[in-house]
Every structure is written in structure tokens, then in C-alpha cells.
Design a protein around this ligand. Structure first.
Ligand SMILES: Nc1nc2c(ncn2[C@@H]2O[C@H](COP(=O)(O)OP(=O)(O)OP(=O)(O)O)[C@@H](O)[C@H]2O)c(=O)[nH]1
Ligand SMILES: [Mg+2]
Length: 397
């Protein structure tokens, strides 16, 4: 068997808009027991497909107690899927699960359509959306980290890469090489990312302003908030697509006045978190995510209207923990207040009394956030930095 099959599982060979997709959601196994959470995951898969440019979608939601090791779906389910594929003339199957290479291949053989899993889809979106050099390096690292352990038994040689969506990943020459070369490339990417980090560390050294990082689930509204806070006509990309932001971006933001002089802070936008993404793929974004680690405080943004808010709060907390920064000061901003029912809001206000509420889209609540940033600077940042500056001066004399 040749490893090219692995690449045929991404959306690389045909333009995504030509796909009519059948989405298969699943629940019931040890890993994905909760039906409600998995329903939301399927809804998110629609959003991911839409982001990838797949416009036509149907879905099936299956109870899978124990996934078939060879095909993921059992024989009966394969028949059901086959029927649905035929009825809707679908030419792509997207399964909301992390599928093994042999399961992808076997399903394709049985169903005679292209099959991809949730992670392949996310990686394709990453590749499509990487705009800056740092983002491109991180995305390539994520892809190769994902591919490498999956090459076992595939003979070690990757080949064939068509045109179309997702070709913005590792280049063709890369795919012609073997595992050793992939390892070497991973090493090289890591080294390049270390130099990106060093460059950013140097930029941070000269920073004399309090710094806040926007962190939160993907599509919560982080970039929209940054656009509202800043006065610059140059806007960062904010749209109803997942992973609109893949690299960090900092902007100087006016936060108020001190002794009748305007005072500023740096606010950094970062890549959003998402559920069920393996740790090593998140780790590939460390150069972007470390901006959160180096911020003085975190602005934790949540889509308060999300039906899965609890789960999203949990995912964000787990990711911050993974970055070892869960003890950093956090300012919670409940965004999309325009879409929240009053009872729902009252309940959240009771549980998170210190949270700020707003609707970045309607430029509402952003002044409250600005005031809170100023308050933080006044209470924590200025006293600390003034003391540090004074003691430095003392040492001079
Ligand atoms: N209704 C409503 N929509 C909002 C609000 N804030 C942002 N949005 C919309 O939500 C979508 C996502 O906004 P972004 O600012 O791109 O979200 P993000 O958190 O930066 O997303 P990623 O970069 O993909 O992680 C966009 O379509 C925004 O217009 C809000 O307060 N209310
Ligand atoms: Mg964004």
C-alpha cells in the first residue's frame, strides 16, 4: 500500500465547492459518550465544512457503542451511509471522529467516495487560512506532526498531491520524501519557530505598556473586540468562519487617561481553541499561544449565546491549564449579549459576577472592558512597574 492514500483523505484533489457532503455525527462510545455534546460537535462540523467551502451538506447522527477497528462503522451502518450517499448524490463523507488511516482507507473502498475525519478537515482549514509566515510554519508543523505517526506501515513514501483546496500545506517536494525527511523538516520548522519566538521576545522586551491577550473559543468574537477597542482604520479579520485568526496580532489600544495624559495598553489577538483537537496539534501553535503566556492578564472571551457555553468555558480552561497559565489574572468578557435571553443572562451573571457583558458587533460593552483594562493597569501594572523603575534608579545612585 502506498502512503498517497493518506493524502487523498484531505480535500486536496478537487475544489471543495464541488463537494456534496454527508456528515456523520456519532455518540455512545467511551470517548464520546455524551449525546448532547456530540450533537453540538456535529453542528460545529457543519460550521467547519462551511469554512472549508463545502456548501452542500446532509447529516446522519449515529449511536456507535464501540467503533469497528477496521472501518469505524459496522456493516449495518455502512449500508445506511451508502443509502444516504446515494439519495443525496454525495461525493464526500465527513466523519465527526478522529479516524485511523486504515479506517479512512477501508471506508473509501467500501463507499466509493472520498472520506475525511474531523482533524483532516481542521488541518485543511488551517492550511487555507495561514496568512503570515509564522502561521504557515505552525500549520505545516501541525500537519507533519499529525502525519508522521500515521505513516507506520505505509512504506514511508508520500506521493501525489493534486490541486485545489488544502494544497497550501506541505509542498509537493515534501510529500515526495520519506519519514526521515519529515522528521528533519519538523526539526527545521521547530528551529524556525524558535527564532520567531526570539524575535517576538525581543519585541516584548522593549514593551513599556501593560499587555492583554484575547483568548477564547474559536468564533467567540475576539477579533471583533480588538477592532472595537482600537481606533485604527486597519481592521483585523473577523468573520463567521472558524479559525479566522491563526497568528497573533498586537495593537496599541487607548485605555483612558492618567494625569490628563492618554494612556495605552497592548492588546493581542490569538488563535481560537476548539474541542477534540489533539494536544500535539495545539502545541504546534505554541509560538502564537505563548503571546498569551507573556501577557500581563488575559481577556477571556466567550460567546454567551452558544448553546455549548459550559463546554466551551471548560475547553478554554483546559487549554489555559495546558499552557500553564491558568493562574494568570483573567478578565471574563461575555460577548454576543445581543443574542442572549434575559433568564440565561441572569443565571450567568449570578455565577460570574465579575464578568463584563457586551456585544462587540454592536460596539456595546467595549467601554466597560476598556475601563476594566485601565483599572487593572492602575491597580497592578503601574504600581509594579513604577516600583521597578524606581528601584532601578536607586541602584544607579
Ligand atoms: N451577534 C453577534 N455576533 C458577533 C458579536 N461579536 C462578534 N460576532 C460575530 O461572530 C463572528 C466571529 O467573530 P470573530 O471576531 O471573527 O471571532 P474570533 O473569536 O476572532 O474567531 P476566530 O479568529 O475564528 O477564533 C463574526 O461573524 C462576528 O461578526 C456580537 O457581539 N454579536
Ligand atoms: Mg479571530
Amino acid at each position: 500500500m502506498d502512503a498517497s492514500s493518506l493524502y487523498s483523505h484531505s480535500l486536496r484533489t478537487v475544489e471543495a465547492t464541488k463537494y456534496i457532503a454527508l456528515l456523520v455525527g456519532q455518540y455512545g462510545s467511551r470517548e464520546f459518550r455524551d449525546k448532547r455534546v456530540q450533537e453540538e460537535s456535529l453542528r460545529e462540523l457543519y460550521h467547519l465544512c462551511d469554512t472549508a467551502g463545502i456548501s452542500m451538506m446532509q447529516d446522519l447522527f449515529l449511536h456507535i457503542h464501540s467503533p469497528d477497528p477496521g472501518c469505524f462503522l459496522n456493516a449495518g451502518m455502512i449500508e445506511t451511509v451508502k443509502e444516504s450517499l446515494g439519495e443525496d448524490k454525495c461525493n464526500l463523507l465527513v466523519v465527526d471522529a478522529p479516524l485511523k488511516p486504515n479506517q479512512l482507507r477501508n471506508l473509501e473502498e467500501r463507499l466509493k467516495v472520498r472520506v475525511i475525519g474531523r482533524i483532516e478537515l481542521i488541518l485543511d482549514i488551517f492550511a487555507m487560512r495561514a496568512k503570515t509566515r509564522a502561521a504557515a510554519l505552525q500549520v505545516e508543523l501541525a500537519q507533519l506532526t499529525y502525519i508522521l505517526p500515521r505513516l507506520t506501515g505505509l512504506g514511508g513514501v508520500l506521493s501525489r498531491l493534486g490541486g485545489g483546496i488544502g494544497t497550501r500545506g506541505p509542498g509537493e517536494t515534501m510529500l515526495e520524501t520519506d519519514r526521515r525527511h519529515i522528521r528533519r523538516r519538523i526539526q527545521k520548522l521547530k528551529e524556525e519557530l524558535v527564532s520567531v519566538s526570539k524575535h517576538r521576545a525581543n519585541a516584548r522586551k522593549n514593551r513599556e505598556l501593560p499587555t492583554f491577550a484575547l483568548a477564547g473559543y474559536t468564533n467567540a468574537g475576539k477579533s471583533t473586540i480588538l477592532n472595537c477597542l482600537g481606533s485604527s482604520p486597519r481592521k483585523v479579520i473577523a468573520e463567521d468562519r472558524l479559525f479566522a485568526t491563526l497568528d497573533s496580532f498586537s495593537r496599541k489600544v487607548y485605555i483612558g487617561e492618567k494625569y490628563y495624559k492618554p494612556v495605552y495598553a497592548m492588546v493581542t489577538d490569538t488563535v481560537g481553541f476548539i474541542r477534540n483537537l489533539p494536544a500535539n496539534l495545539v502545541a504546534a501553535f505554541s509560538s502564537t499561544l505563548e503571546e498569551i503566556s507573556f501577557a500581563d492578564a488575559i481577556i477571556e472571551v466567550h460567546d454567551a449565546a452558544s448553546p455549548q457555553l459550559e463546554d466551551e468555558i471548560h475547553v478554554v480552561a483546559a487549554e489555559l491549564e495546558r499552557l500553564h497559565i491558568s493562574d494568570k489574572e483573567r478578565i471574563i468578557f461575555f460577548n454576543k449579549a445581543d443574542l442572549v435571553f434575559p433568564e440565561q443572562r441572569a443565571e450567568l451573571e449570578r455565577r460570574y459576577p465579575a464578568a463584563i457583558w457586551g456585544s462587540a458587533l454592536q460596539k456595546d460593552g467595549v467601554e466597560g472592558l476598556r475601563n476594566r483594562l485601565r483599572q487593572y493597569a492602575e491597580d497592578v501594572w503601574w504600581p509594579e512597574h513604577t516600583a521597578a523603575a524606581l528601584s532601578k534608579k536607586d541602584r544607579l545612585y
